[in-house]
Design a protein around this ligand. Structure first.
Ligand code: HEC
Ligand code: HEC
Length: 330
């Protein structure tokens, strides 16, 4: 009898110890997740291996079949995708500058489109595409663009007929896919190319990897504000956005569209992509940050806080094809 009582007590102690260990482990994990490198005191011993921050570095593009990649790049630049014969994807998404344009609204067949053009850089890292996040994959987004969804007045079938008639492209489709152009391989080639458009190498990513000299004091204070005010609750992950749906205009109206549900946009390369918001209504980053703080967080920023956050956002500019992403000429 007493032996059983002793076994019973030991059993209780072992279970209690296991419960403590499990809870402790979870608390430790949670604490680690919530503790990015302390910006105030630098991070000389910090590396991306030891810290899980809410923002993670921009990955290098995954390897892809070079023939599909080159075909996708050529199509991105090819006006034969459009009825007008003048526009190409690149007309609104300029890859030599910011992957978008400097206009508030780009023109399609002489009329302005209804939304500001988002950058195609790092679009592959967004969980949904377009401002309202309606498109679930790059492939769907290309199809919707081809179906005159605000961007092109063409249908995918008409486009493939035209591409197969063009001797140069018809043979490239056969070389890359073993068959002539069809809806599936047209969309695949463009999406494959878009997946190569990530922009690693920003100063912020270098800092995340342990290079303490990569950010100035003002930029670090801006990152601290960005976290402590709660911007990071919506703008986070590898794309500093692009992984959540949130309302635009929670506490106060942000734009004339009222309180609408949008995919939170990425802030990668944001210093180069003025004007801002889906309606392009903020001409400068300083204005966009001030309006965000008020509309989304009910906060009025001081000029200094605004300046610091803008400085931090400037560190999110990465490289494409060996050069920094840059603002287009006005
Ligand atoms: C006339 C200008 C224009 C042209 C040409 C154009 N786009 Fe766009 N693109 C836009 C606009 C505007 C949006 C936002 C549409 C929306 O939110 O409904 C967009 C959105 C996108 C997005 C989503 C980005 C994101 O992060 O959500 C991708 C990817 C994209 N376009 C790729 C392309 C490709 C590929 C082509 C060529 C087949 C193309 N675009 C042609 C203006 C254009
Ligand atoms: C509750 C979620 C949420 C919070 C918090 C939030 N944002 Fe945003 N942010 C959004 C959404 C949604 C948009 C798109 C708004 C639109 O286009 O109408 C946006 C857009 C932006 C843009 C414009 C991006 C572009 O390409 O046009 C910037 C810059 C920005 N936010 C910075 C910030 C900063 C800085 C903070 C903190 C002061 C912040 N955000 C807090 C959800 C949020």
């Amino acid at each position: 009898m007493s032996m059983w009582r002793r076994v019973d007590r030991w059993f209780t102690i072992v279970i209690a110890a296991l419960v403590c260990l499990t809870c402790g482990g979870w608390l430790w994990l949670l604490a680690d997740w919530g503790t990015p490198p302390n910006p105030k005191h630098g991070s000389s011993t910090v590396s991306s291996e030891t810290f899980q921050t809410p923002i993670t570095p921009t990955p290098q593009p995954a390897p892809a079949d070079p023939r599909k990649l080159a075909l996708g790049a050529a199509l991105f630049d090819d006006p034969r995708l459009f009825d007008t014969g003048k526009l190409a994807c690149v007309s609104c998404h300029d890859l030599r500058t910011n992957g978008a344009s400097a206009s508030r609204f780009d023109q399609l067949a002489g009329a302005p489109v209804s939304d500001n053009t988002p950058t195609v850089f790092n679009a592959a890292l967004n969980f949904r595409l377009d401002w309202n996040g309606d498109e679930h994959s790059l492939e769907d987004q290309v199809l919707s663009a081809l179906r005159a969804h605000g961007t092109m007045a063409n249908s995918p079938r008409q486009v493939t007929v035209r591409l197969n008639q063009a001797a140069d492209l018809g043979s490239r489709f056969k070389a890359a896919y073993g068959r002539p152009a069809d809806r599936k391989n047209l969309v695949d080639a463009i999406a494959t190319f878009e997946r190569s458009l990530t922009t690693p190498g920003s100063r912020f990513d270098r800092w995340l990897a342990g290079d303490t000299a990569a950010l100035s004091d003002v930029e670090l204070r801006g990152y601290h504000d960005f976290q402590s005010m709660g911007c990071i609750d919506c703008h986070q992950g590898a794309n500093v956005g692009g992984n959540l749906f949130e309302r635009s205009g929670i506490f106060h109206p942000l734009t004339d569209s009222g309180s609408i549900l949008l995919r939170v946009p990425s802030l990668r390369n944001v210093a180069t992509t003025a004007p801002y918001f889906h309606d392009g209504s903020a001409p400068t980053l300083a204005e966009a940050v001030r309006r965000m703080a008020s509309a989304q967080l009910n906060r009025t920023l001081t000029d200094q806080q605004d300046h610091e956050i803008v400085a931090f956002l400037g560190t999110l500019t990465g490289d494409y094809d060996g050069s920094p992403v840059r603002k287009p000429a006005q």
